[in-house]
Design a protein around this ligand. Sequence first.
Ligand SMILES: *Cc1c(COP(=O)(O)O)cnc(C)c1O
Length: 427
Amino acid sequence: MEDLLALYGGMGISPAVYNYGEAALKKLQARFAEIDKVAEYNQAKVISAMQKNRVSAACFAATTGYGYDDMGRDNLERVYADVFHTEAALVRPQITCGTHALTVALSANLLPGDELLSPVGLPYDTLQEVIGIRPSPCSLAEYGVTYRQVDLLEDGTFDYENIRKAINEKTKLITIQRSKGYATRPTFSVKQIGELIAFCKSVKPDVLVMVDNCYGEFVETIEPSDVGADMTVGSLIKNPGGGLAPIGGYIAGTRECIDRCGYRLSAPGLGQEVGANLGLMPALYQGFFLAPTVVAGAEKGAIFAANLYEPLGFRCVPNATESRHDIIQAVELGSEAGMIAFCKGIQAAAPVDSYAAPIPGDMPGYDSKVIMAAGAFVQGSSIELSADGPIRPPYAVYFQGGLTWCHAKLGILMSLQKMVDAGLVNI
Ligand SMILES: *Cc1c(COP(=O)(O)O)cnc(C)c1O
């Protein structure tokens, strides 16, 4: 591929970095084939849900105002419910992001005097203010919802003994975060989540379980809703939006939980009946249609990154060979300079804003400075190629996304090139 090398060379990638990448790729063909199999299954799952619900051009019409009888919106929710095998789903552009979707699910189903339990350690940064772990106006704590947490054991597994002790008469809802988020613990498989749900329900049969499914959708052939979760929650500018959704979140779950979420999102009495789609239906349907293959490309990128960086001495979570349950790749770069060089490379490979240089800064919802690289069509979209991380030890960059495998590959090669250029690695 002389021409490709010349083109990459013009973009700043040296033959040494390119060839190092090709050598790593040779060993990944069997794993990539497995990922394609999962994508094929999930693609069929989405198409069959769309066929069953008779998706048609009429579903793509824009509605305004109250949005009464919005058939496109209502049908999209049925499509989501069928893919997640749930009784109902709430899928709305009025849900502004993943944190909002999780907040709706929690605040709709927890009342004053109830207790929330996280049996998997500290939740994702932005959830800490939602819960009130870090005090914030309008947190669940302010409304009299208490919180309890059981940390994972040293080896990253569930501390069943202390979980049993933590579940009490006040425990109303258990929140399980599938993805590691900004932590370096392992991401849980859907099977592991199912075992934890079964355990919690054996201790207290009527307890509700919510799973924060951010970054996990379509990585496996089953979802948390297939293993007993009452609510499965995520963001449309991550996996299920397929890169096309410009905004939104979803909650898939039992009729009872979703009804309450609808009332919380709009107003008691109104619920899911209101909420105009503002012309976003084509993007939400088509994005969901594309999501299984987009996720597959992103997962290949994550595996490629681990297989480039781990041999160079950087700890990768997950490591180069272990199985995957989300699309996030953490690479511990050991220094702020390493994080900046890596992020520079991701930014330089982007189709949008490639000329910008990412620098660490303060972010609402996070308690340390954060660096973010994203040259995205949708602002902040992390199903698009992006890298970010809080500037704190172990100086890990969380890398994710790539709407196409080819773009993910280019971004990772470019990140390595910037590390080489900065004198931080030798290849
Ligand atoms: C991204 C993420 C969230 C929050 O989603 P936003 O869209 O950024 O608000 C919550 N939990 C996890 C695990 C996430 O990865």
